[in-house]
Design a protein around this ligand. Structure first.
Ligand code: 13P
Ligand code: SF4
Length: 305
């Protein structure tokens, strides 16, 4: 069977089973092609609310399927591959946060959306990489604990030097391993290129950027820009996606090491099985977790517009 034949089977099966496929932009191109909605974490969260289908199949990592279920509790939400998890989402425990809250009752707890539902239960408001700066700016409280990504936290902090933002030592193992050396090497090779970077990269990488933002922000910048060459400082799928969409422009990876193995676990066969109800894993929550975890996502959508 060819890739196209399998994609056709998925398209037919999703109609038969009343399924909407959501895919994060880091998924493979073959998966993005069969998805109904492709986007960054914030877009997927917002769209998950609007979807009319009876069932959602999430092609992404675990916290993304959890977010979709929290926002669509009456729908069946299935993650296409149950092994796909974001390692950053579990770097801290709810107990650690509760302990901090007890010792510092005057702090607001802000969590990156890349967290488990259990952590969201002890969070005041979630943020995504595209909404973090805006949402933190709208919080009345100037004392903030920001978890789990210290690099995204540092990026937010640089926008509000007047706020007291405390970050714990967490972060993305993929973006977090980029170095100033990587930037120097690629900039020497392509000195004219604009450098677009995800805020999960360390500050010494971000400080050399022409633009810092989410995957959707990076894509939008490249579309609008008159520049001809771009260095992309996020997961390597984005470079491929941009190259296919804008063949007249050139896109280079900051490093080939920027590959998220969890985002690449899902295959077209997994998607087919999840759509047909013969694979994937259904997401469920008890009522207490559903209510508490949903609150901080609702707050994100309210404050993020
Ligand atoms: P976005 O919020 O830009 O979609 O990023 C998600 C992610 O996991 C980045 O590593
Ligand atoms: Fe998690 Fe990093 Fe992979 Fe994004 S790229 S899903 S933050 S491990």
């Amino acid at each position: 069977m060819t890739v196209e034949q399998l994609q056709k089977m998925i398209t037919e099966a999703k109609k038969e089973n009343d399924v909407c496929i959501l895919a994060h932009s880091y998924q493979t191109r073959a998966i993005c092609e069969v998805a109904d909605i492709v986007g960054d974490s914030f877009r997927l969260s917002v769209e998950a609310q609007k979807v009319k289908n009876r069932k959602i199949v999430m092609c992404g990592v675990h916290f993304m399927a959890e977010t979709a279920k929290l926002l669509s509790p009456d729908k069946t939400v299935v993650i296409a591959s149950d092994e796909a998890g974001c390692p950053m989402a579990e770097q801290f425990t709810p107990e650690q946060v509760l302990e901090f809250r007890k010792a510092h009752p005057d702090y607001a707890v802000v969590s990156y959306i890349n967290t488990t539902a259990a952590l969201k239960c002890v969070t005041d408001v979630c943020v995504t990489s595209s909404s973090a700066v805006e949402i933190v700016g709208r919080l009345e409280n100037n004392n903030i604990l920001f978890i789990p990504d210290k690099n995204l936290g540092a990026f937010v902090k640089s926008a509000y030097p007047e706020k007291n933002i405390v970050c714990w030592d967490g972060g993305c193992p993929v973006h977090g391993k980029m170095t100033a050396q990587d930037v120097l090497r690629i900039k020497q090779k392509y000195p004219e290129a604009k450098f677009l970077v995800h805020p999960e990269c360390p500050p010494e990488v971000c400080e050399n950027a022409d633009y810092i933002g989410s995957t959707a922000g990076i894509i939008a910048y490249a579309r609008k820009s008159d520049a001809q060459q771009f260095i992309i400082g996020t997961e390597i799928s984005i470079t491929e996606q941009l190259s296919c969409e804008m063949p007249e422009k050139q896109f280079f990876n900051l490093s080939k090491r920027l590959i998220c193995s969890d985002m690449k676990i899902t295959t077209l066969v997994d998607v087919y099985n999840a759509v047909c109800g013969t694979g994937g894993m259904e997401i469920t929550f008890d009522a207490d977790t559903a209510a508490k975890a949903r609150h901080c996502i609702d707050e994100m959508i309210r404050l993020g517009g």
